[in-house]
Design a protein around this ligand. Structure first.
Ligand code: GLA
Length: 677
């Protein structure tokens, strides 16, 4: 048969039609073709077709060209809208983290239900194949969860990952957590409101300093009636100073007056052996400046504390972290110099030179000042620590006029492991060995705690050893006023979430003078020497501040104080939220009920009311009619106040009424329930 041109054309058209039909019915969409930047992950940025170190993906020696490289805990949300038939991939840990011992679990969720899991995977495990049918699924979530060994140094790969679809050529990825900042709290009134704590502890014969922190128009005049002998108030600034000779409890009425009105508040002064009767509030240099701190930056932070108005909400301490001391081997000459004088007294580095004028400067602003050391020969940053010179150091801090010491374990592990006897300062590596025996773990803190108490001024003692040896059970016995319960915080959701979920076990040990410290705040511009706006989303920041307030945690702002924006200021100046943190009863909230991803935290308050945090750790909004008050230990008739909005919501009768609760993903609703008459 003769093939005509017409026949050729018909065959070509036929094949073209088949091609089009095939395209419409089956299409491959590669995961790496989607916008991966919507992923949230433990640290770093999502990688496309390259490993986290920018190389070809390699899992147990096998190379892969295509895929998505991430870090646990990681989540990528993909909007499938029922248009994907299947997903196939291989998963595993990249060989490039050699020497580490990561463990992760790859998981896939379809419309909130787990539909596949790799099981725990370790470094060196061959890539595991994954194949799931997706018929009808609207939202898909690819998760890399921590494998449970607490080692987060993982490079987790989804490789050769692709969807078979019914014709669509791409999918939208999205981050379900709202990213636009929003301000909930009304501006403070122009009338006076006294915001400083209702109770203050001081030791006999120590210099007394308490600022009547108040918002409202200036000029404002202050008075205090019932002040015990030895104390006086400055009517213009509200600063109460002096010395109390003997122990006792003193009830004082504070007043603040301006053209618009007058405020009154009762203050209880406890003169005895306990200080820090409410959690310390202030700023610390580490989360923003880290190794770049200087006296100038500290002064500017103190100035900003005043200028921003934060001082009027009770923020007090200006704390210098590591790097005010000289360094053992830094190339930065400003950190090099003689470590101690001939009598063993520490010599600050050239960025600080003279500590006393700096402390005076901060005190003159009505604030207090703190600093940092380690019981080991070296601090975590490699500057000189207090080992062998604890007495001299405590004396220096007091002589300079410091009010707070953070004492950080760091190289003390080396002391336990045995320092070279001829020169302990030759030790170059740090060891986080936790102390093993309880007495060994406690010893260095007891030594410094005792020396601090012998000083002629009150120095808040902040124990920092990352929560080892259940420090909450004994931190108070070595003189600690607070103790870290965790490793270092970072400005990621994973970090804040993991820390938050770990606090319940230490909660019963918090009390006036002794606080659990889940580490500093990561709102505002943070970045350990290279600042950026906090990576936490706005709702995550509301949750972070709410939880740290519910936890009765020390509140230490970690951001660059000269870069405070309106949103961050709103987070840090809500006096009703701060009051929850500063409540004189000093109880720490615990989670009393869990509903899916919603955890409900309750904190008992001195006046018989309760602060209740409805905390959503999930990625979907929680919208419920809440009735389970008995589970929260709440019975009767209550006025409900929304603390972030500073607005009364309703009155409820438990057992009869429902509370309509809407909590954003990774967000919070923070209420105060006060018994109604
Ligand atoms: C440790 C602490 C941090 C900070 C640094 C300073 O990591 O946990 O908070 O003080 O040391 O080097």
């Amino acid at each position: 048969m003769k093939i005509t041109n017409m026949m050729k054309l018909m065959v070509a058209v036929w094949f073209a039609i088949i091609g089009i039909i095939n395209q419409a019915t089956a299409q491959t969409v590669w995961l790496d073709e989607l916008d991966l930047s919507a992923a949230t992950q433990g640290y770093g940025v999502p990688m496309k077709n390259k490993s986290n170190e920018g190389k070809t993906f390699t899992i147990a020696g096998e190379n892969f060209e295509r895929g998505f490289g991430t870090h646990a805990v990681s989540s990528l949300m993909i909007l499938l809208e029922g248009k994907a038939a299947s997903f196939t991939a291989k998963v595993g840990l990249d060989d490039e983290v050699k020497g580490q011992q990561p463990a992760v679990e790859f998981e896939i969720y379809g419309d909130g239900k787990k539909i596949w899991s790799s099981g725990i995977m370790k470094l060196g495990d061959a890539a595991r194949p994954c194949s799931v049918q997706l018929n009808g699924i609207q939202k898909l979530e690819l998760v890399v969860a921590d494998g449970g060994n607490g080692n987060y140094y993982d490079h987790a790969n989804w490789v050769d990952a692709k969807f078979e679809t019914s014709g669509v050529t791409t999918f939208k990825t999205y981050n379900p957590i709202a990213s636009e900042p929003y301000i909930l709290t009304p501006k403070p009134s122009d009338k006076p409101r006294i915001n400083s704590a209702k109770v203050f502890g001081v030791r006999p014969r120590s210099p007394f300093q308490y600022l009547v922190a108040a918002t409202g128009d200036r000029p404002m005049t202050f008075a205090a009636s019932g002040l015990p002998k030895g104390l006086k108030i400055d009517a213009n600034t509200g600063l109460i100073t002096g010395v109390l000779a003997k122990p006792g409890t003193f009830k004082v009425t504070l007043t603040a007056k301006n053209a618009k009105g007058k405020a009154e508040k009762q203050l209880r002064i406890e003169c005895g052996d306990r200080i820090a009767l409410t959690p310390p509030m202030g700023w610390n240099s580490w989360n923003c400046f880290a190794h770049e701190v200087s006296a100038d930056r500290v002064k500017r932070a103190a100035d900003a504390m005043v200028k921003s108005g934060l001082i009027n909400h009770g923020w007090t301490y200006i704390n210098i972290d590591d790097f005010w001391e000289n360094h053992r081997d830094s190339k930065d000459q400003s950190l090099r110099g003689k470590l101690r004088d001939d009598a063993g007294y520490i010599i600050p580095n050239s960025r600080f030179v003279d500590m006393k004028p700096l402390a005076d400067y901060v005190h003159n602003l009505g604030l207090k000042i703190g600093l940092y050391s380690s019981p080991g020969p070296w601090t975590c940053g490699g500057c000189v620590g207090s080992y062998g010179y604890e007495k001299q150091d405590a004396e220096s801090y007091a002589k300079w006029g410091f009010d707070y010491l953070k004492y950080d374990w760091c190289s003390y592990g080396n002391v336990i492991n045995g320092l070279p006897e001829n020169d302990p300062y030759k030790v170059s590596s740090l060891s986080y060995n936790g102390g093993g025996e309880l007495a060994t773990a406690q010893k260095p803190f007891k030594v410094m705690g005792d020396y601090l108490q012998q000083q002629p001024r009150d120095i808040v003692f902040s124990v920092c050893q990352y929560g080892m040896s259940d420090v909450w059970t004994w931190g108070g016995s070595v003189g600690g006023n607070c103790w870290r319960t965790t490793n270092d915080i970072t400005d990621t959701w994973v970090s804040v979430k993991n820390i938050a979920l770990d606090q319940d076990k230490s909660a019963p040990y918090a009390k006036p003078g002794n606080w659990n410290d889940p580490d500093m705040l990561v709102v505002g511009h943070v970045g350990w020497g290279n600042t950026h706006p906090s990576k936490l989303k706005p709702d995550e920041q509301y949750l972070h501040i709410s939880l740290w307030s519910l936890f009765s945690a020390p509140l230490l702002i970690g951001c660059d104080m000269e870069k405070l924006d309106d949103f961050t200021l709103n987070l840090l100046t809500n006096d009703e939220v701060i009051e929850i943190n500063q409540d004189p009863l000093g109880k720490q909230a615990t989670c009393l009920q869990t509903i899916g991803d919603l955890r409900i935290y309750v904190k008992e308050l001195e006046d018989g009311s309760r602060a209740v945090g409805f905390c959503n750790f999930g990625v979907e909004i929680v919208d419920i009619d809440y009735t389970d008050f008995a589970k929260l230990g709440i019975n009767g008739k209550f006025n409900v106040r929304d603390l972030w909005r500073q607005a009364d919501i309703c009155t409820i009768k438990t057992g009869a009424d429902k509370l309509d609760i809407k909590v954003p993903a990774h967000g919070v609703v923070l209420y105060k329930l006060t018994p109604a008459k």
